[in-house]
Ligand binder design. Sequence first.
Ligand SMILES: Nc1ncnc2c1ncn2[C@@H]1O[C@H](COP(=O)(O)OP(=O)(O)OP(=O)(O)O)[C@@H](O)[C@H]1O
Length: 643
Amino acid sequence: MAGTRPTPAAPLAELSAPVWFGHADQVIGASLVRLVRALPRALGLVAGVAWRADRVAVLLGFLAQVVSGLVTALGLLAVTTVLASLFVAGPTPERLADAGPALAVLAGAFAVRGIADTVVSGATMRLSPKVRHRVERDLAEALSRVDLVAFDEPAFHDDLERSRYAGMDAVESATQQAIVVVGGLISLAATAATAALLHPLLLPVLLLSVVPETWSTLRNARLEYEFVATTIETRRRRSLTTDQLAAKESAAEVRVFGAQAFLLAEHDRHSRVMEDAQIALGARQTRVSLVGRALSGAGIAFAYVTLGWLLYIGATPLAVAGAALLAIRTVRSSLTQVVLAANRLFEKSLYINDLQGFLALVDKRTRKPIGRQAPVAPEVIDVRGVSFRYPGATKDALTDVDLTIRRGQVVALVGENGSGKSTLAKLLAGLYAPASGVISWDGVDLLTVDAASVADNVAVVMQDPTRWPLTARHAVTLGRPDRVDPGEHHLDRVAHDSGAAAVVATLSHGWDSLLTTRFRDGHDLSGGQWQRLSVARALYRDAPILICDEPTAALDARAEAAVYESLRTLQTGRTVILITHRLASVRHADVIVILHQGRVTQTGTHHHLMTTNPLYADLYNLQANSYRDTPENAQHPTNPHHA
Ligand SMILES: Nc1ncnc2c1ncn2[C@@H]1O[C@H](COP(=O)(O)OP(=O)(O)OP(=O)(O)O)[C@@H](O)[C@H]1O
């Protein structure tokens, strides 16, 4: 029977690398020298972000790290003194009494170090969320103001995605790693300086003994990273498979098509690849650790032999040798931490770099406030010689458009798909800047005033309105959140006029209902219901210029009639720009603008166009006829295009 044996998986095209793994090659290929060289810059980058987020936490954390490093060194010196007191000949109580002060210093150093380390972790806990929020806020603010046209560029979206997902995580994680690196380096420096103070030969001996450990730590970290890099595609394919099983959208089709066996087989196939790779990684890491440990043992043996020799020739006292052993341990653990953290910090700094580059780019693409306001409720909107081309497009969306619109007029933009209607409406609203030509309101070029002041005059009903995942009330009022509306009379009126009232009446919590099923008790709406809310939102904003781009495309006949009725009421003192393919709705417009391939081919009233523009008359009659009860329509009742 069909469906009992899963079809073998076809070879698939490569998945594109995930945004948070775009620098894998650089990380894997980075030598220890490169890592050391890149460290100051990476630390500087994180320090800059952290400083802006919370100076107090940065200063406090750094100070505590310095204190921790100093008391570590002090502790080491105290150990030498304690050992020196204990190693001399004489009765034990006396030797202990001699060691007393140094022991007290040692205990004090221990306690202070504990406090300092606690302060460091407190500062880290305070700093990492602040750093993240600060950068998130920077990005959100930049995005809220960047020119709309940037969203039409694929490259902008790629950079945005990388900044949002990789950059943001990188900032938080890099802050933590940077704190570990700084703390580790201070502790290393303090210990090394103390060792050099005890005996100049101790320093090179110390360093030699820790080299193998450093190598194996870094090597294993790289192997781990390489493993993630080589298995990432399989990992993502496996997730794509399980996503299909977990998603609401695909759940029905999975069952109807009996796709379970296929998806499970795919899942197993990818899992096996992952398992094998992980086991291989384990084996390689164990080998590296073994070599590392063996070399490390040799290094430590060398250190011990050197210490023994120094003791033998009387170049160093026994107490100093004892302290040196302790120093070796301290340096080893600090160095391992520093190497691991520096490796991660290096990786994260590459993504922070991307993020900062993106923020700089966004800043360049943002119109700066000019301090000049657009005229409120303009008397005349004038379009002169305007052309516009979308980024990456090979031809203009609008060419040499001239148009004059007066306050109170309903201007209908008509034309076939792709003729430039929506683009023209967006330019009229100041959302795009023309490539050439001028759009002015009462003689003021829109490019010479603040974009926000232009937007303040405009409300839109979009062809495909945003499905705001908010409460019904907020979805309608968000265009004028600070409007004083006692008793919510204005809200009720626009809800009535747009047909949104009937939608809200069906919701379990009325205006307080959440319009997303991603939350408990949330609701989803039909396309037409969303459109009614979008009309209500535009009416609630109560702006002098109302742009309606196919406002009734998804509405039923009754709702459509209600919307046009309310647009007619609204018209007084307001400019309405209406885009629609339903010519019956534009009959009453004051001016109808016909667009063809981005050019205005004719303007006029309905009656004027019916007599002078055969194409308009044909289209109008075609639509009108499809509603009439002609014998031909009766033969093809379901084909409105047949006539
Ligand atoms: N974001 C975009 N990026 C690139 N080209 C675009 C973009 N939006 C629209 N265009 C192109 O610009 C031209 C005008 O598009 P526009 O959306 O203004 O047409 P329209 O008349 O409103 O069409 P419709 O009736 O289908 O809504 C079309 O050729 C379209 O392909």
